[in-house]
Design a binder for this molecule. Structure first.
Ligand SMILES: Nc1ncnc2c1ncn2[C@@H]1O[C@H](COP(=O)(O)OP(=O)(O)O)[C@@H](O)[C@H]1O
Ligand SMILES: Cc1ncc(COP(=O)(O)O)c(N)n1
Ligand SMILES: [Mg+2]
Length: 568
């Protein structure tokens, strides 16, 4: 054993544990120098209290119980809450919030509700001992960092939870003392209040009551102003939680959404603009889960609350017009994706390799020389028969590039022609282009894929079979192979010739578009190498360094049709 890695050993309940400092436990080299055994360990917190983290114990390399060398800790939130059949609040909101915030979320269900955007039509509690069984299943096996609670509908369930948490302590406890849904339906009655006050609140690292819940916990105290919220936060803090967040979503006459955080020393007034929307069902659940997610990642409470509030605000703003259900309070979209899909009737089509047939690549210098805007150039190329457009704007300022890209995208979508951005993954994301084309020295395609997601089109410039193989491994959709012939648009570019093109095409698992010095006079020769995955030609000067882009595109289109590549 390496003595520098842990403080000492400890025996508890006839089991041996290693004591690790938090620094040791979190150090990046944790798994490099040591191998992992199945013994549990305990992390000593700075303030001296000892809480099990569920970390696995360390043994020096070469020890006898060696197993996986590369385990890293995934931040993990366990939500203990009720199911909402409409999936706007409760367990379903918690899962979505945790997914959006990038942590793992396990679930212990305390109640089933029959619920929609109108209200709660029914509720059925899960038997206490089955709640206990779910808790034990998760906590005895998985390394939970933070437990977040929502609907706890009976005294027995609250007591079961407190008892289990004493048996399986976790790093932090986030309590959303859910009592009444925003629709006004009771989710946990007043009989719960004394158990909340006496048992659960003192264990909490933070509690997040809304105005009604804060008032109920304080025997009906009236809460109508931000000052009232501060007083409530102080009184609730006296009940034992480390932090109190009184949420002001329902504060009357407030143009801002104001929450008060109190940690026993300082008050923080957290304000954001109030979003005008009906889609606020589940904001409380999502806020508490997002706080739990940030704490599970290791952030201090104030940062966790600020990030969580900004997340809810961003999602509400994004979702303000989505329509789900007919009731007064709809759910919002945690993953910020539903709006574009529901509203954009000219949305991106799936990638089709035949789109590579006549691939037009713009060039800002050529457009300037001929006195046309990039938008006019793209329009003319599409009118001439271009089947895919790539914007290659090496000189443009980012702001101008983005504006042009948005304008070009509108035209391309109207005509069902995909629009790709050269190099600039950031611009592609910002304008929601159909994809990117990257070179060997640009952002690697695998990183672009992570940033862009699975549907976007990614092309990679390749000169060799090895590069083509790597593009496939990295998740690209096609490769551009060239320069086939010498060209002025790329200085010092090594040409691969028709033989090089053929070699790459034979090796490539991806469809190929040929590029470099190709135009009306030689396109036919290129296509006549006749390998099945050569799908078309990409062209810059032959279209854009000419007086009439549309005429040149049409000529090239006719040549390509004549070479009859569609049938190969
Ligand atoms: N219309 C809104 N615009 C922006 N933020 C809001 C809005 N409504 C609620 N929030 C925020 O959402 C979180 C949940 O608050 P609240 O709605 O009061 O809780 P609950 O959902 O438990 O009733 C708080 O951070 C609050 O400030
Ligand atoms: C199962 C369940 N848990 C919690 C809430 C509170 O959510 P909100 O106050 O945002 O309506 C709810 N409506 N349903
Ligand atoms: Mg609410």
């Amino acid at each position: 054993m390496a003595s520098a890695t842990f403080l000492s050993t400890l025996s508890l309940a006839n089991k041996n544990y290693l004591l690790l400092t938090p620094t040791h436990a979190c150090a990046k080299g944790y798994t490099n120098n040591f191998r992992v055994s199945n013994l549990p360990s305990i992390v000593v917190r700075k303030e001296g209290s000892v809480r099990s983290q569920g970390f696995v114990a360390m043994q020096e390399k070469g020890g006898s119980t060696l197993s996986d060398d590369s385990r890293t800790k995934t931040p993990h939130v366990l939500t203990v809450a009720g199911s909402d059949s409409g999936a706007g609040a409760g367990i379903q909101a918690d899962l979505k919030a945790c997914a959006a915030r990038g942590v793992y979320c396990s679930t212990v269900i305390t109640a089933l509700t029959a619920q929609n955007t109108v209200g709660v039509q029914g509720a059925s509690n899960v038997p206490e001992d089955f709640v206990a069984q779910q808790l034990k299943s998760v906590l005895s096996d998985m390394q939970v960092d933070v437990v977040k609670t929502g609907m706890l509908p009976s005294v027995g369930i609250v007591k079961t939870l407190c008892r289990t948490l004493r048996e399986y302590p976790v790093h932090a406890l986030v309590v959303d003392p859910v009592m009444v849904s925003t629709s006004g339906d009771v989710l946990a009655g007043p009989s719960i209040l004394s158990t909340f006050r006496e048992e659960l609140l003192p264990m909490a690292d933070i509690i997040t009551p809304n105005l009604k819940e804060a008032s109920a916990l304080l025997n009906g105290m009236q809460l109508e102003t931000v000052d009232d919220m501060r007083s409530a936060a102080r009184l609730l803090h006296n009940m034992g939680p480390k932090n109190v967040l009184v949420k002001g979503g329902d504060l009357p006459d407030s143009s801002d959404a104001v929450d008060i955080l109190y940690n026993g020393h300082n008050f923080y007034e957290l304000r954001s603009p109030r979003i005008r929307t009906r889609n606020t069902h589940g904001t409380g659940c999502s806020l508490a889960s997002s706080i739990a997610a940030e704490v599970a990642k290791g952030y201090p409470m104030l940062s966790a609350v600020k990030v969580a509030k900004r997340f809810v605000e961003t999602a509400l703003d994004y979702s303000k017009e989505i329509v789900i259900g007919n009731g007064p309070q709809g759910p919002f979209d945690h993953l910020l994706r539903l709006k574009s899909h529901s509203q954009d009737c000219h949305r991106q089509q799936p990638f089709d390799p035949s789109d590579l047939f006549l691939y037009a690549v713009t060039d800002s210098r050529m457009n300037k020389r001929w006195g046309r805007s990039i938008v006019d150039a793209v329009k003319a190329a599409i009118d001439g028969g271009a089947t895919i457009i790539q914007l290659r704007e090496k000189d443009a300022e980012t702001k101008d590039f983005l504006e042009s890209a948005k304008a070009c995208l509108r035209i391309c979508r109207l005509h069902g022609v995909p629009l790709l951005i050269n190099d600039r993954v950031d611009v592609a994301i910002a304008c929601d282009a159909d994809g990117v084309h990257v070179g060997q020295s640009d952002m690697p395609a695998c990183v672009a894929r992570t940033l862009l997601g699975p549907e976007k089109i990614i092309g990679v410039s390749c000169k060799t079979p090895e590069q083509a193989e790597q593009a496939w491994v990295d998740g690209a959709d096609y490769i551009g192979c060239g320069g086939v012939y010498p060209t002025n648009t790329k200085e010092n570019n090594i040409t691969v010739g028709l033989n090089g093109l053929k070699t790459v095409c034979m090796a490539s698992k991806l469809p190929v578009v040929a590029i470099g010095g190709i135009g009306v006079s030689n396109a036919r020769a290129v296509m006549e190498i006749r390998t099945p995955n050569l799908k078309g030609v990409a062209v810059v000067s032959a279209l854009f360094d000419r007086e009439c882009v549309q005429t040149e595109t049409r000529k090239l289109h006719d040549v390509l049709l004549g070479s009859n590549i569609g049938s190969t």
